[in-house]
Design a protein around this ligand. Sequence first.
Ligand code: 1CP
Length: 334
Amino acid sequence: MTPIQKCLINKNTKINPVWLMRQAGRYLPEFREIRKQNPNFIKLCLNTDLASEITLQPIRRFGFDGAVIFSDILMLPYGLGQKVEFEKNFGPKLGDIDLETIRDVDEIIFSEKVYKVYKAIEKTSKDPLMSNRDMIGFVGAPWTILVYMINKSSPKKGLSDDFFKDDFLINRLLGIIEKFLKLHIKNQIEAGAQVIQIFDSWAGLLENKIPEYIYIPTLNIVDYVKKLGVPVICFPRGIKENYKDFNNLVKPDGINIDSEIDPDWAKDKLKDVVIQGGLDPRTLLKTDDEIFKGATKYIKAFKDMPYVFNLGHGLLPETDPAKVEKLINFYRSS
Ligand code: 1CP
């Protein structure tokens, strides 16, 4: 078994694995160099050699215990035939949804559209650098994918008032999203993914209907991953004290806490689950002392428990890689 698997499945308390969300990406000069030559982000994700190289860049630098495949949660709508583009200084821009066309997409059409992601996982898994390291595959949670597909851009400024206006569309889409998320997960596992993380980055946008849009659809996916025999980590960002209900109902193997969650609260309320993450990524923009102090809070709280060190959200693009190195060295030596 690989280190993160040992922590999640065997509840081994001696391993203390570490990886960071968004560890492959914009804060690394070697990534920016490749990105400059590859203005089309989706094409870059579908370039097996480059996607694999980008996945390994942070492993080479920092020796993380897990490598997260360089891809994006929006490969799902892309595979379903929705237009997906990334505009500089704007973020993702999606095309209109045509339910008629999406309805006709079958498993073969989807898998063929994104099969290079699976090839990249396969290639990366075979790299000597990956020995005794976890290959982490991922998807967006049904709710977060629904948000992007309907909103068609980042919901940073909140959901539009008419987001829920078309009940029929929402329910049909959720069913389709769930079906293809399962396929996308199965394909990643068959290609070599040893851990699956489900990112629900926009879970915090919902004030009610949380069971309907978060707990139930995520539980369906989590049960499916468990049936495939692979450990699954959930990240329902921003749901505050609902983390407790989420954990009791969805029962993932691991749960990534966001930076708003107090680690002592998490220790007390989140039972029968391995906790991951928590440290505010903005801490890495501060002085060394502040970084060590921030990390110590989590190290102390989860001492003698199985815990996967990570952040409370993705690394910020402006992070200095030297600070990441200091954090990892500090964690490893503490
Ligand atoms: O160079 C660029 O401009 C591209 C930046 C970039 C990168 C490096 C995007 C666009 N996606 C990625 C890779 C990525 N995305 C990974 C693999 C790398 C790694 O984690 O090490 C992963 C796991 C994701 C997941 C992802 N994409 C999430 C969930 C995690 C989170 O940060 O909340 C989300 C919400 C996305 C959508 C997305 N893709 C890219 C951007 C800029 C965004 C966010 C847009 C928004 O604010 O709504």
